[in-house]
Design a protein around this ligand. Sequence first.
Ligand SMILES: Cc1cc2nc3c(=O)[nH]c(=O)nc-3n(C[C@H](O)[C@H](O)[C@H](O)COP(=O)(O)OP(=O)(O)OC[C@H]3O[C@@H](n4cnc5c(N)ncnc54)[C@H](O)[C@@H]3O)c2cc1C
Length: 498
Amino acid sequence: MDYDAVVIGAGLGGLSSAAVLAKNGYKTLILENTGQVGGCCSSYDYDGYRFDIGASIVELDWVIDGLFNKVGKKTEDYIDFIPIDPIYGFFTADGRRFSYPVSIDGTREVIAQFSEEDARTWDHFSEVGSEAINFAFGKVMSESMGTMKDLIKVAIANPKLIKYFKYMILNFESVLCKFFKNDTVRASMSLQSYFVGLPPSLCPGYVAFLAYSEHEGIYYPRGGMSGIPEGIAAAYRDFGGEIRFNSRVDEVLSDGKRVRGVRLADGTEIASNIVVSNINAKTLYLDLVGEEKLPAWAKRAIKSYNVSIPAPMIMLGLDSKPDLDAHHSFCYATLDEMNRIWFEDYASNRVPDGGFMLISWPTHADPSLAPEGHHCLNMVSFAPYHLAEGDWDNYREKYLDTMLGLLEKNFNLNLRDSIQVAKVNTPRDFERMLLHPNGAVYGLQSDITCSAAFRPSARSRVLKGLYLTGASTHLGGGVAPTIGSGVVASDFICKDFA
Ligand SMILES: Cc1cc2nc3c(=O)[nH]c(=O)nc-3n(C[C@H](O)[C@H](O)[C@H](O)COP(=O)(O)OP(=O)(O)OC[C@H]3O[C@@H](n4cnc5c(N)ncnc54)[C@H](O)[C@@H]3O)c2cc1C
């Protein structure tokens, strides 16, 4: 064998599993298609500005600490996190602005401006959220839920999970509406469903508690989001781990029962009895393993998943300070409007000219990302992959204009006058850059029918020696969940190949 383990993709899931394997003495090689680590959680330099490709913030940072602890290291020796406060600024369609600080008390005071009743409920929501995140859902982020047996085992070991199980079945909208009555307050918390890539009516209920968990702290790594994968890669290399860039894997080699290694696009074969995939699970099984090699049940199962919606990203370099209040600003829509956009606009392949958008302002935390006095902004929203109006390559300029117009018309925010650099990464660009099918932002769609044991398992049931990490597996997309997924996969490997 050339290597004990080969990892396809240097996203957060692949890097995390590789770090644990290398620490445990496995001779490990990561094969990455691009020229850098991090996938959706990375940064790149453009015309003097440093932009993030995707992720713009980290929460549930203890999952990252858990990974570094597991390999006997300290996070702070590898990543310099800057705490972010306030958490969000909000723009309402009727011209109001407000922001939520990290402080629970401070947030209660802001909510009280809209509803005294919801301000009182905020305390109750925070207590429930704290228990749900710290003793139920948060505790199991690095544990496998790939099968019903795993799920039952995890539930028995974490009795609080049973108490909160109903939030895995209820939808986000009903959980939020059970706690909060005021439309402004509800809308201000709706972005959590957006973070999962689903409308409030399809998103699992437990996601609502992220509106609490952020009050335990959110962070931005100094130097850009690539600081996280680069930190994990450095720890991996400390154990002798290797990364080969510009190396696309085209095939997972097997004898039909066990993996035997991988074949690269240039024809090179690398032999290994362990292959860890950090790529979209549909691409893995249908293309790299090969549809023709799958048993009928596996073919049906993998085809039944929808890939997640894409999120075009606009990157702006500005020559002056933007009129914003926080690292993240959410130009929001009501829950009904978010549902309508999903079921009417996206379903008809239309880019909505109203709706919601997240603006991230990384130079608020780290001015070194832009020339002195200048600033970087990222604007993210969702959009369909197929466009009624043609192809994304031709729609790029129109998209930029539509989104800037949306900010001006609906939220009274003018950015145009200070734009020095503008770049749009369309869903087609994400597909070309990271080989994400349809530019999918979070691997597979994360609705209730595609969560936990219903998501592709971290230990493949089709081929022995094949393991899955990243956004397509339990717990889905996000910096912390994908790092947790890497730990789950490597734990399986260490057990199976002890
Ligand atoms: C626009 C956007 C905004 C986001 N915002 C946030 C946020 O603020 N906070 C948060 O927590 N999360 C956020 N996320 C989600 C988070 O960034 C991702 O869920 C996470 O980084 C995905 O990690 P992954 O392990 O699935 O790997 P990926 O990031 O998907 O990386 C996979 C890697 O595999 C490589 N690859 C693919 N195919 C091959 C092949 N055949 N051979 C070799 N290499 C291959 C790719 O080049 C890539 O580097 C955001 C994502 C996006 C896209």
